[in-house]
Ligand binder design. Structure first.
Ligand code: APR
Length: 233
């Protein structure tokens, strides 16, 4: 036991926006020019596996070129004073690149793939994935991404972590995708909630202990981390 207060940080696409990765729901409902169901559903993969693999290959290549921003880095500093667990909806690895110690990926990870025959058979993958890339049992590999309509295996660990939070920070998410958005309901009304997002979707009237910080991750998170550290030092 560290004796430190426990902070849970729920992050969404806005966390990585200033690193150069597009968010999902900003403009036309398309995701990098595609209907989301075409590239992020089991049905889409069954219909056109090449398109889906190509889509994630492009995103994987993009990830090789981006870096954590000041928001990601501030969350690493937070570990000096608090026991920090990050629950991210993002499939990038920018929290890990920045140096955060504990990160749960609710929606999978771009730099991992898994067997289409066994969801527990997960491999690290930084190159392009093509049809014909097989696991050692001869099964096609697929992106290790939670697609629409699929189970969210990391939900249970995320709920358990959130139930123990002394403080909840939410950064850069539209809170439209469930079950991720439901995590806010797993803290008691005694737990302070900070919501950093330039277009916050949660209002003060919804949660007794909510502080809304209508700023971007880069502008809002370092200040919040400084304020929280002041409270315990
Ligand atoms: N800093 C902080 N927040 C930002 C920034 C920024 N620089 N830019 C945009 N935002 C906010 C937007 O205001 C919005 O509230 O980030 C949020 C992005 O929302 P979405 O695009 O809906 O992303 P997210 O909530 O993470 O989506 C959830 O949907 O498609 C699925 O699986 C995908 O994990 C994703 C899930």
């Amino acid at each position: 036991m560290s004796g430190k207060q426990k902070i849970v940080v729920l992050t969404g696409a806005g966390m990585s926006a200033e690193s150069g990765i597009n968010t999902f729901r900003d403009s036309d409902g398309l995701w990098e020019g595609h209907d989301v169901m075409e590239v992020a559903s089991p049905q889409g993969f069954a219909k056109n596996p090449e398109l889906v693999l190509d889509f994630y290959n492009q995103r994987r290549r993009q990830l090789l070129e981006v870096s954590p921003n000041a928001g990601h880095k501030a969350l690493v500093d937070l570990e000096k004073w608090f026991d920090v667990n990050i629950v991210t909806q993002n499939v990038d690895n920018l929290h890990e690149q920045a140096g955060s110690s504990r990160v749960v990926h609710l929606h999978g990870e771009l730099f991992k793939v898994r067997s289409t025959a066994n969801e527990n058979h997960v491999l690290t993958w930084k190159k392009d994935l093509i049809l014909g890339d097989l696991d050692e049992n001869g099964h096609q590999l697929r992106p290790h991404i939670v697609w629409f309509g699929e189970m969210v295996p990391m939900l249970k660990p995320a709920i358990d972590i959130t139930l123990n939070a002394d403080i909840l920070i939410i950064i850069g998410t539209s809170m439209q995708v469930y079950p991720a958005a439901s995590l806010i309901n797993y803290v008691s009304d005694q737990v302070p909630i900070y919501f950093v997002d330039p277009k916050p979707s949660v209002a003060k009237s919804d949660f007794k202990n909510l502080t809304v910080i209508p700023k971007t991750a880069v502008n809002g998170v370092p200040n919040l981390v400084a304020e929280l550290s002041d409270m315990v030092t």
